[in-house]
Design a protein around this ligand. Structure first.
Ligand code: GLU
Length: 419
């Protein structure tokens, strides 16, 4: 096994690789590789048995040259300062590649939420919201869901903020439930952009998506929705999916929605059906399929795994699932990778639509949300492939960063340096 990559170093390497094609000057390049500020704090929470526990929590505001910092809040035992810094940087380039008027941020609490009661999680979330209050705001920094957080946590954060500020400000956070100011289509949005990116990529590469075989690593919100949509809207066949319990494989095709229902009931995809073969996560990543969708966490595919990947195309629903060394191997081997900053950008794009609706207090239909999302993703895909062809870039990730970095640098330069 290769040594586990540090995601923050991976982000910096990705920026360096693309910036080399743009001739960004060194002073500006440094700015593109480091966060503007990082909050690191302790949250001391009373547990149900009356004892106290302290959790580490972070919020990184990476770059605000194009608008308010924007990005999710993750609850996971692996959350660290460097992980949050990396994830916030990826948000900067994600919002730039889809050209929505935001910078990038990310937050997280080092916690395994499965070990705590709902009441404990509410106290933890409200405690984090209290720490975040001076930093966030509709025009300042707008958090959202990420791994292991969703509408419930967003509603608590909104309520804490509004109570402490004695105002209504639904646009302080996105990914809320519809009755609390959430947008139609937000829950599906990340997986929808993965489906749209796969559709555009197969079309661009001259390959048929209908009937294509698909493996999905990770079956949370992004992975399960992507699986359902590639099956339902593109006619692809999902043959394998996994979660932290392991992987299941049926060469004749699984029913993506039924697997999700099974996981919701039992907590795992394994055991779904006696007819399915069980695999390890690594076996799933190296299955001979047309399309592989990593939809779990960072570093799923390192250079060792990359040597054995048999898929023709990878569309990244997770953030940072492929290490830079693995990217080199995949480029060398001719495996096409559609990067996270495009392929999962639907989440933040519909967050932007939610924020616009919150500011206008005027709400859109799901059809309108989905059609604006489709336009956003296809335009971003075209900008990326134009850059790829015109500049003769080595892969689609570099092309996405070239487009995104140029936009961030332009915004920075137009603002000028002051004082
Ligand atoms: N956490 C999601 C992401 O990584 C969504 C962020 C947002 O909606 O602001 O893109």
């Amino acid at each position: 096994m290769s040594e586990e990559a540090n995601p923050f170093e991976s982000l910096q390497e990705q920026v360096d690789d693309a910036a080399a094609y743009l001739g960004v000057d060194d002073g500006v390049l440094e700015r593109l590789k480091h966060p503007e500020r990082v909050l690191e704090t302790n949250l001391t929470v009373e547990l149900d048995d009356g004892s106290l526990e302290t959790f580490r929590a972070f919020r990184s505001q990476f770059n605000g040259d194009r608008g308010p910092y924007k990005g999710g809040i993750r609850y996971h035992p692996g959350v660290s300062r460097d992980e949050v810094k990396a994830l916030s940087g990826w948000m900067v380039y994600k919002t730039a590649v889809v050209d929505i008027p935001y910078g990038g941020g990310k937050g997280g609490i080092a916690v395994d939420p499965r070990e705590y009661s709902d009441d404990e999680l509410e106290r933890l979330t409200r405690s984090f919201a209290t720490e975040l209050r001076p930093l966030i705001g509709e025009d300042r920094d707008v958090p959202a869901p990420d791994v292991n957080t969703g509408q419930r946590e967003m509603n608590w954060i909104k309520d804490t903020y509004e109570t402490l500020e004695n105002t209504t400000a639904p646009g302080v956070i996105t990914g809320k439930a519809p009755d609390s100011g959430g947008s139609a289509g937000r829950v599906e949005a990340t997986g929808r952009s993965t489906m749209l990116t796969a559709r555009e990529a197969f079309d661009y590469l001259g390959e048929e998506i209908e009937g294509a075989t698909v493996a999905v690593q990770g079956y949370g919100n992004a992975g399960s929705v992507a699986a359902r949509l590639v099956e339902r809207e593109l006619g692809a066949t999902v043959v394998a999916v996994s979660d932290s319990s392991g992987a299941i494989h049926d060469p004749d095709g699984l029913d993506a929605a039924a697997v999700k229902d099974f996981k919701d009931e039992t907590g795992a995809v394994t055991g779904y059906d006696d007819a399915t073969e069980e695999l390890s996560n690594e076996d799933l990543l190296t299955l001979d399929v047309d399309l592989l969708i990593p939809a779990a966490l960072e570093n799923a595919i390192d250079d060792d795994v990359a040597e054995d990947v048999s898929a023709d195309v990878i569309v990244e629903a997770a953030n940072g699932p492929i290490t830079p060394d693995a990217d080199d191997v995949l480029t060398e081997r001719g495996v096409e990778v559609l990067p996270d900053i495009l392929a999962n950008a639907g989440g933040v794009t519909v967050s932007y639509f939610e924020w616009v609706q919150n500011r206008q207090r005027f709400y859109w239909t799901e059809e309108r949300v989905n059609s604006e999302l489709e336009r956003t993703v296809t335009e971003a895909f075209d900008a990326l492939t134009d850059a790829y062809e015109e500049r003769g870039l080595p892969n689609f990730r570099t092309a996405a960063y070239v487009v995104a970095i140029q936009r961030v640098v332009d915004a920075y330069r137009q603002g000028g340096t002051w004082p």
